[in-house]
Design a protein around this ligand. Sequence first.
Ligand code: HEC
Length: 107
Amino acid sequence: MMPTGVTPALIATGDSIYHANACARCHGAKGVGGQNGPPLAKAAPAAWLHSTGKYEEIIATITQGVPRAALKDTTRRFAMNPRGSNPPINDDAVKAVAAYIWKLNNP
Ligand code: HEC
């Protein structure tokens, strides 16, 4: 079941935002992971680093970003800026991109 507020249209919007912004540069196309960011399409629920993968939690992580002191992998070259991008994406864009990431993990 989709989380409240998530629709196929929102997921599609989030897909575009994810790939048009810096997210994909660090986390890879379709969230497969990259040199500067962990995968967002998780092999297992336990693979989440900063939450348990619930929609609301994904929104919170993207909004807050991951400061250097909170990095799980301290060898990462960059921390994650709040709202993941420079310029930061707005609240509606965060919700859409979180819906896309949620869907990658709940196909
Ligand atoms: C400069 C590289 C970079 C960019 C750009 C970036 N991230 Fe991140 N992201 C990271 C790093 C680094 C982490 C934390 C890895 C760690 O803790 O070891 C992270 C963590 C996350 C997490 C938490 C993953 C987990 O397992 O809990 C999510 C969700 C996320 N990013 C989504 C996004 C989205 C959406 C965007 C674009 C709006 C974005 N990121 C942009 C580098 C980036």
